[in-house]
Design a protein around this ligand. Sequence first.
Ligand SMILES: Cc1cc2nc3c(=O)[nH]c(=O)nc-3n(C[C@H](O)[C@H](O)[C@H](O)COP(=O)(O)OP(=O)(O)OC[C@H]3O[C@@H](n4cnc5c(N)ncnc54)[C@H](O)[C@@H]3O)c2cc1C
Ligand code: FES
Length: 265
Amino acid sequence: MIIDDNARVITNKMIIPAHYVMEIHSPDIALKALPGQFLHIKVTNNTSPLLRRPISIHMRDREKGSISILYRVVGTGTQLLSHYKPGDRINIIGPLGNCFPLAAEFKRIAVVGGGIGTAPLLFLALEAVNSGRDVLYIEGARCRDALLLSEHLGNSGCRVMVATDDGSLGYRGFPTELLKSRLERESFDAVYACGPKPMLKGIKKLSLEYRTPAFISLEERMGCGIGACLSCVCKVIADGGRGAEYRKVCTDGPVFPAEAVMFDE
Ligand SMILES: Cc1cc2nc3c(=O)[nH]c(=O)nc-3n(C[C@H](O)[C@H](O)[C@H](O)COP(=O)(O)OP(=O)(O)OC[C@H]3O[C@@H](n4cnc5c(N)ncnc54)[C@H](O)[C@@H]3O)c2cc1C
Ligand code: FES
């Protein structure tokens, strides 16, 4: 069941320039949320912007009855989000979409987040650690000052590795290259990723090369968020590899098996 909540903002803090974490009191959504799912947020009480904005569930605290989002300010909607203050009411619907499948046999997993794509992965990594899995968490960012999660992950029980484009911290290069070097040394039962499209394409390639199932979270512009408007479709392989069909990112995704997704060349 999808919950429509006029929820109370608990905190809304900038963590690095243009990136915020908002904690929202919403006990019913906190109870139901699974890693990979998202909220559709009405960013204003006015009609402009008219459409809600999809933002992943970053964390949840069932006891407190709260969920958090981690978002980057890119345009009008996210700019408006950044103006919310503790005590304000915000209209959210959720939890929407499917989740990252954490099958019982996936005991050793790698989680790869690129840039703001790391937002839905903290929830996944902590659930995986809490259920006794061995988790390698790779976070990729432009430079050390753009890293978003290292603080949370320090004591999380995950093995954490960092890749920066400029080499200012950790591995110099893309997180996919770092993952490839790990796949050469150890085996994983599954890989989970969210980030820019070129990174997800790289994850699909590695998944096929190392025969490791990978699950990727896609982003598309959304209208309704509930499967009614068809504005969010992506192309997936169909007919045993002979054809293609379209799937809705909001209801069939946002998480898809990497091997199924067709990236336009
Ligand atoms: C399932 C899902 C989960 C998401 N989770 C997060 C999250 O956890 N944190 C976060 O910061 N963002 C997330 N996004 C992206 C977020 O929805 C967009 O950044 C936001 O809608 C932009 O709204 P805006 O009004 O600020 O910008 P707009 O004025 O609408 O757009 C500004 C810029 O952002 C780009 N943009 C807009 N929508 C998207 C989109 N859906 N994907 C990629 N680029 C977009 C536009 O191309 C444009 O360049 C998610 C998107 C989806 C589909
Ligand atoms: S956003 Fe309307 S169908 Fe996906």
